[in-house]
Every structure is written in C-alpha cells, then in structure tokens.
Ligand binder design. Sequence first.
Ligand SMILES: Nc1nc2c(ncn2[C@@H]2O[C@H](COP(=O)(O)OP(=O)(O)OP(=O)(O)O)[C@@H](O)[C@H]2O)c(=O)[nH]1
Ligand SMILES: [Mg+2]
Length: 194
Amino acid sequence: MKIKKADFVKSAVYEKDYPEQLDKMEFAFVGRSNVGKSSLINSLTSRLKLARTSKTPGRTQLINYFLINDEFYIVDLPGYGFAKVPKEMKKQWGQTMERYIASKRKKLVFVLLDIRRVPSDEDIEMLEWLEYNDMDYKIIFTKIDKLSNNERAKQLKAIKTRLVFDNEDVFFHSSLTNKGRDEILNFMEEKLNN
Ligand SMILES: Nc1nc2c(ncn2[C@@H]2O[C@H](COP(=O)(O)OP(=O)(O)OP(=O)(O)O)[C@@H](O)[C@H]2O)c(=O)[nH]1
Ligand SMILES: [Mg+2]
C-alpha cells in the first residue's frame, strides 16, 4: 500500500470529539511513553512531522486523528507508564487512551514494545485487556536499529520469558531506517480489503 495523502483531522479527549464517521477503519497505536508511536506514524506515512515526536516522554497527550488516503484513520494515542509527570496528569492521559480502546470504533490496535526492554507490567496488562475483550490487535517491536542481529535474538529470548508469541505473528520496525515498514503497510492493506 502507498500512502499518498495524510491529513491531520483533529485532537480528541472524549468520545464525543472523535470523528463522526464510523464506517472508516481506524488503526491505533498504543504503548508506553517514548516507545516510538508518533515516530512510527511518521515513518508509515513518510511525513517527518505529521505526528509530533520528542525525546521527552509524554509528548502526545491527546488522541490525534489522521485521515489517510481519504480512506481510513491512523490514531496516535498518549503513552502509559511514564513516571515523571504528576499523578493527576498521568491518570488523565491513561483515561483518554483507555476510553478510546474501550470504544466500539471499527479498529485495530497496534501495541508497540521497545525491542530493548522486557515488557513491563503495564504492557502485559494492556495485552491481556485486548485479549480478554477479544479485540483485534498486533504487536510491533520498535527501535530495532538499536540492536545487532545477535543482540536481537538474545533480547527476544528474554522478552519471551514474559510474553509468548511466534516471530511470524509480530512486526519489527525502525523509524530510523524504515525497516519493517512495508510489512506493516501490507498488513494494513489486507485488513482494509477484507
Ligand atoms: N533509533 C531510533 N529512535 C527512535 C525510533 N522510534 C522513535 N525513536 C526516538 O524515540 C523518542 C520517542 O519517540 P516518539 O515517537 O515521540 O515516542 P511516543 O511513543 O510517541 O512517545 P509519547 O508521545 O511521549 O507517548 C524520540 O527521540 C524518537 O526519535 C526508532 O525506530 N529508532
Ligand atoms: Mg507520541
């Protein structure tokens, strides 16, 4: 799939702020703060500055809707698990993100995990929540440019002590080199066509 058009639509907090159309597929990106959600969206759309990224965790605090090829939405969500913000703010971002996931929109959720880390309790909770509610989701390991092939194999072993999956069922991506981008785009296209 080629992304020819990517437009920012709106930011939202509550369900009443989401786009009115319900017929369009929505691909949402969740994961802990700083895992690379916004960077991945920029990589997929080949736009450097579509979604705002930052070295400081907690950049994305609202739900940001992007309309792609006038056909489907990409949804950038606030991250979880970042300690260095006041409790009340963390709670608000968490609720904003959870409300979206719990909503009955026509969506697929990409859960992003940093390839360099063993999944946190919050990562596992998120995956269990999606599983329990029978929601459509896929795992993407991010920042794969930061590890050599050897290191990656080792790290996958460590990750699998907490999380069971087949390598063929997950995606591996780098926003720096765009490696893994086509696999994700092809998967999205298949999803749109069935
Ligand atoms: N080397 C490398 N750096 C990355 C990659 N993806 C993201 N980063 C860096 O990681 C940092 C966080 O990226 P963001 O895309 O802002 O992360 P986010 O998940 O949207 O973070 P929040 O909005 O705070 O939840 C930035 O400094 C990015 O440049 C990647 O694939 N490779
Ligand atoms: Mg972000």
